[in-house]
Write a protein that binds this ligand. Structure first.
Ligand SMILES: [Zn+2]
Length: 120
């Protein structure tokens, strides 16, 4: 199975070969603003094509780089950096085709307070 996540203009494309078991909706200060649904992958399992370098935002401890298409502005993925205990490439599943995203359960994570899943 090929999972494609593509920004609106097509400049940034991510590919993976397996569906994630779930995608995560997080209410932390940044995720609630982005409105992303996160699909977690090992970096080796995702191929990233950027026709132009993406824009990057990081803050605080600077252990996460959020990547945005430099043309259309879509938040396509984030990557862990400087943290050997958490090596992930995390795709914004909102960039996937709706028919694919519909197959994946959404889990709700309380990144704002308890740091636990709060599925309804
Ligand atoms: Zn784009």
């Amino acid at each position: 199975m090929e999972i494609n996540a593509i920004c609106h203009c097509g400049q940034v494309e991510l590919k993976a070969s397996v569906l994630p078991p779930s995608v995560t909706s997080c209410n932390c200060s940044i995720c609630r603003r982005y409105g992303a649904l996160w699909a977690y992958y090992s970096p080796a399992d995702v191929s990233i094509t950027e026709q132009q370098p993406s824009s990057v935002y990081s803050w605080g401890e600077k252990e996460i780089d959020f990547h945005f298409c430099s043309n259309c502005g879509c938040l396509t993925h984030y990557r862990s950096v400087n943290n050997p205990k958490f090596e992930r490439t995390v795709i914004n599943a909102r960039m996937m085709e709706p028919a694919i995203l519909d197959q994946i359960p959404v889990r709700y994570f309380d990144g704002a307070e308890s740091w636990e899943f709060i599925d309804k």
